[in-house]
Design a protein around this ligand. Structure first.
Ligand code: NAP
Length: 413
């Protein structure tokens, strides 16, 4: 930490504690740059954000790479700048950092506290936020996606309820990479009564080596459930098993992905169902003959939902938080009603769920699954890897204020 007061600091230099410079470095998306991450993310000098009475200014030490940064850069399916009505967007929904300045009404946190942030904001005065369910509030917004000032910057302004204790046993980068996917997975598995995942139940997890999937596998294990992970590359199988999966299947061994075929096209429908049944039978290798999974953890969307809805048990739930491969969901509705199945939408989590999930990391029950650490300059490149599904298993972190410390770790590896 330097003692010198400056207007702007180079990445990796930590200003005097609590001193707020005028400017900061940030990766900024603008409308005329929408496209692949290497094009849409550009480095700029930017004003340090102001804070309101219930807000906290955080000095970002490390941040996490999430798919929503890819969507923000692409401007697809919509341009987030049309949502925020701003002419810039700083992506980044995960961070570890240091409390730098607190708003006049903030009581729980003080300058110097080491924290991680969760990725949901809302209007404190909305009724759903006061005795209801904040995730049903029309005011909720994903931080760093539906809000313009995210964590790919030296400073970020957050609502005080977003702050949670940083796990002291973890590095800055390990702490900065996990909350968005962990909290989303937590709500998906445990937030939709009466289908909360229970001991002994089987859950099929798509993309089990990915950000969401690596946490879904671990969370399922914490309650004594039995996760079955799906991958597309056999080299990821051991990793998924090491997280706790009782079985792993490679989706490339089956050919039943994409839109549900026309039921009146007997040949196409017959061939499709043959392959779906082959997939279902492969799952029975782990669950036992005739026993279908209790829950499916969905996020690929268009390519997998028709199969997810077929293979889940009678009365079971398919819970979905994304449509990475497309939003046009198709299914054979007969199984939905005849077998009383549930298709449940899920989105991030409320503060209570975020804290419950973070507590599991504080207790050492959940590993942050950090896959790779990138230097500040490589933020667009890390997103490009994710966009091309070329990233390593787990969650990617990037170094901001912790650049010097983190670089030592990268070099030692
Ligand atoms: P990720 O780390 O890239 O993992 C996604 C996984 O999906 C990949 O590892 C890949 O595994 C699998 N996949 C890719 N193409 C597939 C296909 N055609 N069929 C089946 N599986 C496929 O991303 P993530 O962080 O887990 O996020 C996944 C999605 O969830 C993104 O769209 C993200 O925006 C969204 N999300 C939503 C929320 C929310 O609150 N609503 C929160 C977090 C994330 P294999 O290739 O090994 O199968």
């Amino acid at each position: 930490m330097t003692t010198e007061e400056k207007d702007i600091y180079p990445i990796g230099e930590v200003p005097p504690l609590g001193f707020v410079p005028k400017k900061m470095h940030a990766w900024v998306i603008r409308k005329d740059r929408h496209g692949n991450p290497m094009q849409s993310f550009q480095a700029e000098e930017f004003d340090v954000p102001e804070i309101g009475p219930n807000d906290v200014l955080v000095f970002v030490m490390a941040a996490g790479v999430n798919y929503n940064g890819v969507w923000a850069g692409l401007g697809k399916p919509i341009s987030v700048l049309d949502v925020t009505k701003k002419d810039y967007h700083i992506a980044g929904s995960d961070a570890s950092g240091i409390v730098w300045k607190v708003g006049s009404d903030v009581k729980k946190w003080k300058v110097g506290d080491e924290i991680v942030v969760h990725a949901m904001t809302w209007d404190h005065e909305d009724v759903e936020v006061n005795g209801g369910e904040p995730m049903l509030s029309e005011t909720n917004k994903v931080f760093g996606y539906e809000t313009a000032d995210g964590t790919f910057a030296q400073f970020t302004a957050v609502q005080a309820h977003q702050l949670m204790k940083k796990p002291p046993q973890l590095s800055w980068e390990e702490s900065g990479c996990y909350n968005l996917t962990l909290v989303t997975a937590y709500r998906m598995l445990f937030g939709h009564a009466p289908h909360e995942l229970k001991p002994g139940q089987y859950v099929l997890i798509w993309g089990a080596s990915g950000g969401l999937g690596s946490f879904a596998v671990q969370l399922a294990k914490t309650v004594g459930a039995k996760p079955i992970g799906i991958i597309s590359d056999n080299s990821k199988a051991e990793y998924v098993k090491s997280l706790g999966a009782v079985g792993v299947l490679n989706r490339k061994d089956f050919n039943c992905w994409g839109e549900h075929p026309d039921i009146d096209d007997a040949e196409a429908y017959g061939n499709y169902m043959k392959e779906v049944r082959k997939f279902g039978k492969a799952l029975w290798e782990f669950t036992g003959k005739g026993k279908n999974v209790d829950m499916v953890f969905e996020h690929p969307g268009e390519t997998t939902v028709p199969v997810s809805m077929f293979i889940v048990k009678r009365g079971g739930m398919v819970v979905i938080c994304a449509g990475t491969t497309g939003y046009n969901l198709t299914l054979d509705a007969r199984y939905l009603w005849m077998h009383s199945k549930r298709l449940q939408g899920s989105h991030f989590g409320n503060s209570k769920q975020a804290h419950a999930a973070n507590n599991l990391v504080l207790d050492g029950a959940i590993d942050p699954c950090m896959s790779e650490v990138f230097e500040w300059d490589k933020i667009p490149f890390a997103h490009e890897k994710m966009f091309n599904n070329e990233h390593k298993a787990g969650n990617m972190a990037v170094l901001v204020g912790a650049l010097e410390e983190g670089l030592k770790t990268i070099k030692e590896e």
